[in-house]
Design a protein around this ligand. Sequence first.
Ligand code: NAD
Length: 520
Amino acid sequence: MTRPASITDDLLRRLVSRVPSTSGGTWKLTEVYTGEVLIELPQSTPADVEAASAAAREAQKAWAATPLKERLAVFARAHELIIANQHTIADLIQAESGKARRMAFEEACDPVMVMSHYLKRAPKVLARKRHAGPVPVLSHSSEVHIPRGVVGIIAPWNFPFATGLSDAVPALMAGNAVLLKPDNKTALSPLYGISLLEQAGLPEGLFQVVCGEGPEVGPTLIDNVDYVMFTGSTGTGRFIGERAGANLIDCCLELGGKNPMIVLDDLDDAALDDLMPSMLFAVFANTGQVCMHIERIYVPEGMYPTFRDRFVAAASALRLGAAYDFGPEIGGLISPDHLARVQSHVEDAVARGAQVLCGGRARPDLGPTFFEPTVLEGVTKEMLHGTVETFGPVVALHSYRTLDEAVALANDTDYGLNASVWGTDIKRALAVADRIESGNVNINDGLATAYASKGTPSGGLKTSGVGARHGDQGLLKYTDVKNIAVLKKQVMGPTAKQTYDDYAKQMQMSLRWMRKLRLR
Ligand code: NAD
């Protein structure tokens, strides 16, 4: 297989040259389709992390003092630069993750959408807001949002460019510096994205990157930043949250899921045909390595045989392949280790009585990490795939008798990241959505509609996370708030001639009148 022409040795060397490593240690970053080493990625030591944080902190002072309009202008230019270089970005994402071109291209759209949204919204959200004070007319208070300082971002491998950049954009717009730790396997695309931000005018030093295994560099990173934005597994999220809590800093944790899909009984054959490509995307997009992808499907008993046959036929027809073009619909998994994990979930299910309706096999003939789209039946909660996030192209079909049963089954999980409901009557589907315990619910789509709605906060309930990205909340979380209050004349307290009893009575009367007149 020929590596894309855009990925030259010179580009790779340039990209990793900004990663500090005083120890000189490196990690072999490989092209997933071939297993060949692309570049020796420098590994940062805890001392390197401290130095990177100090440099970021220094650069942040001038950036915070730069008018918001000038800060935003950098992102208006970066928006264009990312679109202009989208194919190189997709090449890098594919090389380091093994995903299909279609997904790599979609991923490269994400920071652009985030930039567009906050370019419009940030001036309003970050503006100083005046509120009434305790004494009408004589007092007022202002809500002032100031940057937190250095924001630490710890990112996973499944969407390295999006999680490396998109979460940094609002942090930077708000006046912070960023210290990013990408996953070792997928450091190239975020490094390239940062070089584009700098080309667009982001001051050097403001966006620092350190690389290393999570437990080696993660704790020092958390100890040297003012806020942590973490995306990854629930297990690691617990550690991050505890460490941030011990340091009395805030954090946002975007974690795993075991996401259900409920098919309603009013979907007729034609609607099912129309929606089938979106249903397949909901399950198999990014080879199932999406935190919001569907791993459980609940279908009305009467529709189950038809649905199963069509879904299995459509899943079996998906085109897998290793190619740096838009041909294959499904790419590889991130690594041979992850393939072994996905395979072990399928083998465990089969050993405990589940049936494989299609797929269930690795495809070494296509590349070292390919696994066929797999549909299972008869999965129970005793099986790994019944409760644990498989994070691969594997889904379990279930039938249900009543809607109450379907909702109960959908909610029968510790996770609460994403869900989807499919039906012709949107009002009815929305009523079901209201009953699902999940931070995101998509109607007649699997995941993209909620995730791409950048104006609406998106996060996880239950063990799927704390806090949210997107929406005003996704920008304000990167700020500390100051309450600056003004009293024009001191009237709060008894006058010289007043007893405290009289003052107390006057105060009670004032409180009643202020409520009646809606002054407070
Ligand atoms: P992971 O938790 O193993 O790793 C995520 C990041 O944390 C990596 O950069 C890793 O190096 C780092 N890390 C690991 N241990 C650490 C430690 N002790 N201290 C600090 N950092 C540490 O997750 P993963 O396997 O890379 O990613 C897949 C998981 O991410 C899945 O569970 C998926 O659902 C979740 N995810 C969630 C979202 C979301 O928005 N909710 C998005 C993408 C992925």
